[in-house]
Design a protein. Structure first.
Length: 256
């Protein structure tokens, strides 16, 4: 395949106009070491930097897709399915022990990021359909349950018949590090979920939620402040102290 400077290409993609992308490379949003990832060409300028392939990493590339970049550091348990369309889109997935999810990404210049240690039992992500330059970002150590939907686009247009204006343009979604998303949760475009938060089962998230809070409902609203979570159901004192330190590393004051 032709020689490609993937690191330079990625820097160019991250320098877009979407302010959400400024998070990437910071604490809780680290980027992979591209030098360790083998590169392959899927044709039409579509590149994959990953040691993995089917069945864990399943990429569907239609003939019209061009100049897209997929970086998957390593997923131990999948499948992680990518339905790729459009052009100049970017997918970055850090190491994960479990990422059972489907990503649909299209449009032009859109981006998906899943941070180190983030896991999903069953999730669907949609970004970029009908838009350009938007992002769907999941920070490090997030935990997604089953039937989770996160959408940075509605996939279809709503039109004001008097003015002809499109009313529902795609908007970026940011889920900050260490967020627990419960069973059957849907997060819609334009939402930002603060670090350390919890979203209860069957919630519909239509507006942004603060860090270290437990939220629930349709629409989801904060129900409890100064609250976070651990993966173990019975964390000891040391694990609870580590949680406090972790949240401070992410720039969050655990006391609320």
């Amino acid at each position: 395949m032709p020689s490609v400077d993937v690191a330079a290409l990625l820097r160019e993609r991250l320098a877009g106009d979407d302010p959400a992308r400024r998070l990437l490379g910071g604490i809780g949003w680290a980027l992979p070491d591209l030098a360790k990832l083998p590169l392959r060409d899927l044709g039409n300028g579509n590149l994959v930097a990953s040691p993995q392939d089917r069945p864990i990493l399943d990429i569907n590339v239609p003939p019209g897709a061009r100049d897209n970049l997929i970086i998957v550091e390593g997923v131990k348990s999948g499948p992680f399915k990518i339905k790729l369309d459009g052009e100049a889109n970017t997918v970055i997935v850090r190491e994960s022990r479990k990422l059972r999810a489907t990503l649909v990404i299209g449009g032009t210049g859109n981006l998906f990021y899943s941070g180190l240690g983030t896991t999903a039992n069953e999730a669907n992500f949609v970004v970029g359909i009908g838009g350009a330059g938007t992002s769907l970002l999941l920070g490090e150590d997030c935990m997604l349950s089953q039937r989770v939907q996160i959408r940075a686009t509605d996939s279809h247009g709503m039109i004001d018949l008097r003015s002809g204006e499109v009313l529902n343009r795609p908007e970026s979604v940011i889920v900050h590090p260490h967020v627990w998303i419960g069973f059957d949760v849907t997060i819609l475009k334009g939402v930002e979920v603060g670090a350390g938060g919890i979203i209860g089962a069957n919630s519909l998230v239509t507006r942004s939620l603060p860090p270290v809070s437990a939220s629930a409902g349709s629409p989801a609203t904060p129900r409890r402040e100064a609250t976070s979570w651990t993966r173990r159901p019975d964390p000891g004192e040391a694990e609870r102290r580590n949680l406090t330190k972790l949240l401070r590393d992410f720039g969050v004051h655990p006391e609320g």
